[in-house]
Design a protein around this ligand. Structure first.
Ligand SMILES: Cc1cc2nc3c(=O)[nH]c(=O)nc-3n(C[C@H](O)[C@H](O)[C@H](O)COP(=O)(O)OP(=O)(O)OC[C@H]3O[C@@H](n4cnc5c(N)ncnc54)[C@H](O)[C@@H]3O)c2cc1C
Length: 362
């Protein structure tokens, strides 16, 4: 039996792919149900990674129907309101990096596996190896289960990870401070028009203000800023002198309390010695700066692990031998690139660095 801890994009993609291969895993998810909490904003899924995983999962058509091509639009401004770059997506543009609401992606994946696959309300706490192979899993409600292979797909603060490595995420020095404006076209039409159909990035000397249109008419608003991990949200939302008034209005229009999310990463290139019967995928394995790669890599991990298990259903160690070295190499390179992009987006000259990256200035 294969146990997947965590029903995020990675864990559910693996469950779907195993299901396609006639293998019935169990997903242990701590959320009480599929709609127990807001899934957050949008994910852009790339052709060669997240979308490749959805192709392997037989869900590409459904994804393309749910994804928003125009979500690829980008407007870059500086804090005085000067437009630096505008990229509007033509109606016939390829779906290279379309955006999908996280909730729509979760629904798509959940709808593609038998309902009994996911055991909701199962908060995994720890596991111990069984003498004959496999693991006994323990949950917060005192229940237990057994498995032959334990896959930790339980995100940044993985409880499965300590079985494989003592490495822990470290703080990047940056926080993301997030809120939202609901029903924005009706309640705040000018601000909704400023954000447009996709992404708005406003570069200030010491922070990056973001606006992102979700599929349901909500606009997600965020500020990325350096500071301590216990930053007070007001430190981010009180814009210093020099910021144009429309950006203050964008923040004032937010109708949810601002939530501070300190950003953590795992060491780039982290690996672990092979251990029979247990592995990791997604953020649990390679938490990286959030520049649009994490979910894509988690889903590709799932596709590759699913393919490896399907190729070696009776020899799960051989499946891990096929999966882990390739995953380590791929995600180390992506984490390196993500760290470089995160660095580009930091500092008083961030706008110029990003414009050069986009080839918009010499
Ligand atoms: C603001 C922001 C924007 C982002 N935008 C993008 C983007 O556009 N594109 C992109 O590719 N990536 C993006 N990312 C990164 C992306 O969100 C993550 O990399 C991705 O969600 C990782 O997927 P996962 O399945 O590994 O883990 P998660 O999505 O974290 O899922 C883990 C699951 O495990 C469950 N769980 C956790 N602990 C336990 C436990 N003990 N027992 C049982 N269940 C448990 C959780 O409830 C959750 O459902 C963004 C991240 C942030 C913060």
């Amino acid at each position: 039996m294969i146990a997947i801890v965590g029903g995020g994009p990675g864990g559910l993609t693996l469950a779907r792919i195993l299901h396609l291969h006639g293998i019935a895993p169990v997903v242990y998810e701590r959320d009480a149900s599929g709609d127990a909490r807001s899934q957050g904003s949008m994910l852009d899924l790339h052709t060669e990674t997240g979308q490749a995983a959805l192709r392997a999962a037989g869900l590409e058509r459904e994804f393309l129907a749910a994804a928003r091509r125009e979500g690829q639009d980008l407007r870059m401004l500086d804090h005085t309101g000067t437009l630096l770059l505008q990229e509007d997506t033509p109606d016939d543009a390829p779906m290279l990096r379309p955006e999908i609401d996280r909730a729509d992606l979760r629904d798509l994946l959940l709808g593609s596996i038998p309902a009994q696959t996911v055991r909701w309300g199962s908060a995994f706490t720890h596991a111990e190896a069984q003498p004959g192979g496999g693991y006994v899993l323990h949950f917060a409600d005192g229940s237990t289960a057994t498995c032959d292979l334990l896959v930790g797909a339980d995100g940044a603060n993985s409880r499965v990870r300590p079985l494989l490595t003592s490495a822990e995420p470290t703080y990047t020095g940056k926080c993301l401070v997030q809120s939202a404006i609901h029903d924005a076209d009706r309640t705040q039409p000018e601000l909704a028009a400023m954000v447009g159909r996709g992404n708005l990035w406003v570069f200030g000397p010491d922070r990056l203000l973001g606006g992102q249109r979700n599929g349901n008419g909500t606009i997600s608003v965020s500020i990325s800023i350096q500071g301590p991990p216990d930053l007070d949200s007001a430190t981010a939302t009180d814009l210093p002198d020099g910021w144009a008034p429309q950006f203050r209005r964008l923040l004032a229009a937010c109708d949810e309390p601002f939530v501070v999310r300190p950003a953590y990463i795992l060491p780039i290139g982290m690996t672990w010695p092979r251990r029979s019967g247990v592995t990791l995928l997604g953020d649990a394995a390679h938490l990286m700066p959030s520049v649009g790669e994490g979910a894509n890599q988690a889903m590709l991990d799932a596709a590759e692990l699913g393919r490896a298990i399907a190729a070696h259903p009776d020899d799960l160690d051989a499946a891990l031998e096929q999966y882990e070295p390739a995953m380590f190499a791929r995600t180390a390179a992506t984490a390196e690139m993500s760290a470089e992009v995160a660095e580009l987006m930091t500092g008083p000259d961030a706008a110029q660095k990003v414009l050069r990256f986009f080839g918009a200035v010499g």
